[in-house]
Design a protein around this ligand. Structure first.
Ligand code: GDP
Ligand code: MG
Length: 556
């Protein structure tokens, strides 16, 4: 293919606006996959993606399309829509010259439509607005056209109105890709310059790097060098994604494809790295800002004997998702484990679900927290408001875009759900990091009959201490077995008690159930009780079962 016959593009959209469905239609129209009734989100290969109906990992497919007697190569990169995965979006965009911005004809512009548009706009890509779901009864494509003109300053006659579900007008999307998006600016005669924009790990073949070629050619057998680690590798296989890997002899500048070169782990195929030919060093490409974890949680095996298996599962999974940070950690209550950093709450849930589904791991995940910077000075005395309005813009008569500055810990756990229910599902939400701010945070202790439970020490905002403390005390009350004496459960800030629950005493005699008769049954019960004791932790004279910690520390 000549460079001028190549187009590299992405589809970006708010969640559920129809990216994956449009991708399916494009794959069908170009004969990349057969037209059957079962093509649903073909590029979403992970089980978790199919179950949750979201895209987690960006996927690439090369499409061949004839237009006005000419054959074109269209490289499509499907991107995740959710805020938690926006690092995947910016990566994919770096390999593109244009995007299809899909907007639901019923819902109009939503938070992630705006966020994704600006990612593309900043990367100076051609934006083709596609108004989808025009088949819906309440669809109002003309209203959406006006929104697009007002918010993004794109003339309304540039909008393409389609139904991805029914296939209506999808052909004109492909034509717009050819006519409006420029071919990549590359030089095939120059020495190789390839950008690694994604990488995955395959148990049998090792690291598979997804690459976009900016200059030159790469062939099987070439010796290449990573600009990042300066190591030399021999190329074992190159090819295109169709959408599954299909090996070719060469990849040329302008193309997007994959490359296998004996890299042992994904850290060798650093995302954003530049690959060049041995003895032909080049200026490395700009690369990417590395993804910054925003939400942290502890992860522990349910059973400590599973520690090594879980360790290896986490290692394998992070090979496929380098945005997760991993640090060893241990807890008196839960044993040896890790502290993991995620880009957001959905990212955390998806990671957990993938561990369970793809690696069969049973884990305890503790309540997520956000990073704080502690400064030991009177600056904490400064009153910081919890949310500050920044900006407001009317998108049309019925929609308004609000910008607020929020403390991250306020939005991490259930803000999105509350917003959705308050607005009956109409509001949508997106966020980006605005740096550290001062706030009045306090350390909260949990006490059992006056003894501090170290496992449960937390950091909370002063105004939330009572609510959070009360929840923890209530959960403990529900799980702590009654003992021969009364137990006071207290949440305290310094010497000030902010919440309290009481567990009434109880005289336990399990053997009473056995009516004296069966001796083996009695032995069994005694044995079980002894085993239970092993899993208890003594705080003062109170025996706390491991379950109690799990219940309190776990999400939900
Ligand atoms: P994504 O999250 O942007 O990838 O959205 P999906 O492609 O998964 O689509 C979300 C939902 O909208 C699915 O239930 C689709 O079947 C539905 N959908 C997508 N396109 C259309 C369309 O043109 N018309 C209608 N009625 N539904 C659509
Ligand atoms: Mg999708």
């Amino acid at each position: 293919f000549l460079v001028e016959d190549i187009r590299n593009f992405s589809i970006i959209a708010h969640v559920d606006h129809g990216k994956s469905t449009l991708a399916d239609r494009l794959l069908e129209l170009t004969g990349t996959i057969d037209k059957t009734k079962n093509n649903k989100q073909v590029l979403d290969k992970l089980q978790v993606e199919r179950e949750r109906g979201i895209t987690v990992k960006a996927q690439t497919a090369s499409l061949f399309y004839s237009f006005q007697g000419k054959q074109y190569l269209l490289n499509l990169i499907d991107t995740p829509g959710h805020v938690d995965f926006s690092y995947e979006v910016s990566r994919s965009l770096s390999a593109c010259q244009g995007v299809l911005l899909v907007i639901d004809a019923n819902e109009g512009i939503q938070a992630q439509t705006v966020a994704n548009f600006f990612l593309a706009f900043e990367a100076q890509l051609t934006v083709i607005p596609v108004i989808n779901k025009i088949d819906l009864k309440n669809a109002d494509p003309d209203m959406v056209e006006k929104q697009i003109e007002k918010v993004f300053d794109i003339p309304s006659d540039e909008c393409i109105k389609i139904s991805a579900k029914l296939g209506t007008n999808v052909e004109s999307v492909l034509q717009a890709v050819i006519e409006r998006i420029p071919p990549p600016k590359v030089h095939r005669k120059n020495p190789l310059r390839a950008l690694v924009f994604d990488s995955t790990f395959d148990q049998y073949r090792g690291v598979i790097a997804n690459v976009a070629l900016f200059d030159g050619v790469v062939s099987k057998g070439d010796k290449i060098v990573s600009a990042h680690n300066q190591k030399t590798y021999e190329v074992n296989e190159v090819g295109v994604l169709n959408p599954n890997e299909k090996s070719t002899h060469k990849l040329y500048a302008g193309q997007v494809g994959y490359l296998i070169a004996g890299m042992k782990d994904v850290t060798e195929a650093q995302i954003g790295d530049t690959l060049y030919l041995h003895n032909h060093p080049v200026e490395p490409l700009p690369g990417f800002k590395s993804a910054k974890p925003m939400v942290f949680a502890g992860m522990y095996p349910v059973d400590q004997s599973e520690y090594n298996n879980l360790k290896s599962a986490i290692e394998k999974l992070t090979l496929n998702d380098s945005s997760v940070t991993v640090h060893r950690d241990s807890s008196l209550a839960l044993g040896a484990g890790w502290r993991l950093g995620f880009l957001g709450l959905l990212h955390m849930e998806v990671f957990n679900q993938r561990l369970e589904q793809e690696y069969n791991a049973a884990v305890i995940l503790t309540t997520p927290t956000v990073p704080y910077k502690a400064v030991l000075s009177s600056a904490k005395l400064i009153k910081a408001r919890r949310a500050v309005q920044q900006n407001m813009m009317f998108i049309d008569q019925s929609r308004v875009m609000l910008k607020y500055l929020f403390p991250l810990n306020e939005i991490v756990v259930d803000f999105y759900d509350s917003l959705k229910s308050l607005s009956s599902g109409y509001a949508s939400f997106d966020y980006e990091d605005a740096g550290y701010q001062t706030a009045e945070l306090v350390k909260m202790d949990i006490l059992l009959n006056g003894n501090i439970v170290e496992e449960l020490v937390t950091i909370v905002h002063k105004d939330k201490a009572h609510t959070v403390g009360k929840t923890i005390c209530e959960r403990l009350k529900d799980t702590l077995p009654r003992q021969l004496f009364e137990i006071a459960i207290q949440a305290a800030i310094g010497s000030k008690i902010v919440a309290r629950e009481t567990v009434k005493p109880y005289r336990k005699n399990v053997l009473a159930k056995c009516y004296g008769g069966d001796i083996t049954r009695k032995m069994k019960l005694l044995k079980r009780q002894a085993e239970g004791k092993k899993r208890m932790r003594k705080i003062g004279n109170i025996e706390v079962p491991k379950d109690a910690f799990i219940k309190v520390l776990k999400t939900q």
